[in-house]
Design a protein around this ligand. Sequence first.
Ligand code: ADP
Length: 370
Amino acid sequence: MPFFLRHSPLRVRMTIFLSCCVVVFIVIAYALFETSNNRIVTLCAIPVMVACCLFRLRNASLCTLIILLVSAGLLTLHIHTLQWPVPLIEGFSFGALVIGMELACFSFLTVSLNLSDAARQQSRHAEQQLNLAYEQQQQLEELRDQFLMSVSHELRTPLTEVRGYINLLLEYGNRLDEATQSSFLQSASYGCDELELIIGNVLNMSRVGKDLKPICMQELPLAATIAEICEHVYLQDHSLELNIDADLTVLADRQQLRQVLRNLISNACKYSPAHTSVVVCASPWEDNMVRFCVKDYGAGIGAADVPHLFQKFSRLKRDIASSVRGTGLGLYISKQFVEGMGGRIWVESEGVPGKGSSFYFTLRQPSTTR
Ligand code: ADP
C-alpha cells in the first residue's frame, strides 16, 4: 500500500478506507451466510492494514476497533445469539490479537518511514544550505577580488602621477624655472591628496558597523572650516564657488565633515566637464539644522540610479565604462559619516546633461545638542 497516500486530503483517505471496508465486509458477509465459514472474518485484516497506511496511530486504532465491532456484529447475526460458543470466543479473541499485532507492526513501520522521510528532507535542506553558503562564499571572493583590483588601480594612478612629478623635479629640478617647479610640486601634492582620500575611504569602509561613530563632535565655524577644507581639494580644471552664510556654526566631527565634503567636491569635479563651476553652499535649515549643498553642472543622475547611489561599490553604468576612476565607496562612506553625526544625505538631479546634480546633507547646529 503506498504510504504517500497519507499526505492526500482526508476526504480521499476516508473514501479509500470506506470503499475497502464495504468490499471486504460484503465478501465476509457473503462467505459467512452462504458457506458458514467463520474463518473468513480474518479478511478484516485488510481494512486494518489500509487504515494503518492512511491514518495516524490513534485514528488507525479507532478504525480497527470499529472493524472488530462490525465483525463481531456479523458473527452475532450469523449465529443468531449473543451467547457465543467458547471456540468462537477463542477464535475471535485470537483473531483480534493478531489484528492488534498487525496494527502495532504497521504503525511502527509507518512511523519509521515518516522518520526516514523527515531525515531525507532534512539532509536535502542541509545540502541546499551548503550550496547556498558555497555560492555566497564564491560571490564574496569575487567581490573581494573586484574590490582589490579596483582599489589597486585607483591607488596606482595618483601614485604614478606623484612619482612622475617627483622624478621630473629630481632629474631636471635645477634646470626648471621656479614657477614650473612649484606647479610640479602642487600636482604631486594633489596626487597625495587623492591618495589620502582613497585610502581614507577604503579604511573607513572596513570600519563601517564597528567604530565609525564621530570621535570628536565640536562646534565648528562654518565659513572658515569649509574654506580651509576646500583649499586642499584638487579641483582639476574647475572653479569653486563658496556660498556660506557668515556666522553659521555647526556641530560636527571635523575629520568626517572634511571627508564628506572632499568626496562630494571630488565627485562634482570628476563627473562634470572641465571649466565648469562647482558650487558649495551652506545655510540654516529646518529643525535647527544646517543644510550643505555641493552642486555641479555635469551629466546629472537619472531617477532610476538614485536609489543605488549611496550603496557600497555602487557606480553608474556610464561611469564604469568610462575612463573616470572610482571605487564606488565615497558616497557610501559619506552617508555613514553624515548619519553618524545625526544628519541626512540625499541627491537631487533631473538627469539632464548640463544641469548637473546637487548633493545635499544636513548637520545639527550647536544649540540643538541633546
Ligand atoms: P566613485 O566616485 O569613487 O566611483 P562614489 O561613491 O563617490 O564613488 O560615487 C558613486 C557613483 O555615483 C560614481 O561612480 C558615479 O557614477 C556617481 N556619481 C557620484 N557623484 C556624481 C556626480 N556629482 N555626478 C554624476 N554622477 C555622480
